[in-house]
Write a protein that binds this ligand. Structure first.
Ligand code: NAD
Length: 291
């Protein structure tokens, strides 16, 4: 890696703003052709944080010209109620994009519910059919955080073939799809998890490190080779001893790693805002494909 410059910040907010700008042009073009991009979101048993999240989502959609419709089911809704609403939205030609707010009430099989969303409308990329298409490199709706991670890596201008990437964390929604996207980009990928011995040794050899675990301080400066790209996907709420208030931190020891890494994504302000932008982009993609 180029060791000459260290500590460059991957500004997720700026990248997300650029994505939103291009989406506004695309939704305007859709409207001109008589079709509006729209997102139908389902929420079951809304609580305060769920409602705040949904209203933020509505605002983001409005900003880029996407119509937002929130479908609220009561907290005592059954799995059959949820599946029946999804079936109705799947069958509705005016619905191009569907997303499901989590968590679902106890007793509801989240994976089953997610797999019921029509794969062409599944803008979170949670239907197994979409994950399968990611593997085969076919056109599909890719999980938003995986897309955001790739977008941040690509924004550095790195040429991935021949580069070694270590993914820490291998969940279905982040670590695994990211690893597959990187394999598709012909990087050499090491996928690690909680059972992997000596993750530090793998990381020390890596051109790119992606941490998607949710463990503050997991990635330390002595794990990073000079000039490497470090993408911090982790989100953990911790108490700030200085202010006595809660704050959001990632997996990476930001200040120390900044001294060594070539590029580093902060938390907050890195992967998070780009993930939201990728949901909007998937929504516009889905609307365009319905034309
Ligand atoms: P998960 O709990 O489903 O998976 C965690 C993974 O990390 C597992 O593969 C586990 O084996 C591995 N792991 C746990 N401890 C480890 C350790 N000490 N060393 C190495 N690997 C370890 O989590 P997830 O849903 O993939 O989320 C991971 C983190 O990313 C969380 O903090 C979550 O909040 C965050 N996240 C952020 C965004 C975003 O938009 N920024 C989106 C999704 C998830």
């Amino acid at each position: 890696m180029n060791e000459s410059q260290t500590g460059r910040i991957l500004d997720g907010r700026a990248i997300a703003a650029e994505v939103r700008e291009s989406l506004s042009l695309r939704t305007a073009a859709l409207s001109a052709s008589g079709r509006h991009a729209s997102l139908d979101a389902l929420i079951v048993g809304a609580n305060q944080s769920g409602s705040v999240y949904a209203s933020n989502q509505a605002r983001m959609c409005a900003e880029v010209g996407i119509d937002y419709r929130l479908h609220e089911l009561p907290g005592n809704a059954t799995q059959a109620d949820i599946l029946s609403l999804i079936d109705r939205l799947n069958a509705d030609d005016a619905v191009a994009a569907i997303m499901m707010h989590l968590p679902l009430p106890g007793g509801v099989d989240t994976e089953l519910v997610q797999s019921r969303i029509d794969s062409s409308k599944d803008v979170e990329g949670v239907n197994p059919a979409n994950i399968g298409n990611v593997l085969y490199g076919r056109r599909s709706l890719v999980p938003c955080t995986a897309l955001a991670t790739m977008t941040l890596i690509e924004s550095t201008g790195i040429d991935l073939p021949g580069k070694l990437v270590v993914c820490i964390g291998a969940s279905n929604i982040v670590g695994k799809p990211v690893a597959v996207l990187l394999m598709r980009a012909e990087a050499t990928v090491i996928s690690t998890n909680i059972h992997t011995p000596d993750i530090k040794a793998h990381c020390r050899a890596a051109d790119v490190i992606i941490s998607a675990v949710g463990k503050p301080g997991l990635v330390q400066a002595d794990m990073v080779q000079p000039g490497a790209i470090v993408i911090d996907v982790g989100i953990t709420r911790v108490m700030d001893p200085e202010t006595g208030r809660k704050k959001t931190v990632g997996d990476v020891d930001f200040e120390a790693v900044q001294e060594v890494a070539g590029w580093l994504s902060p938390v907050p302000g890195g992967v998070g805002p780009v993930t939201v932008a990728m949901l909007l982009r998937n929504t516009v993609d889905a609307a365009e494909r319905m034309l």
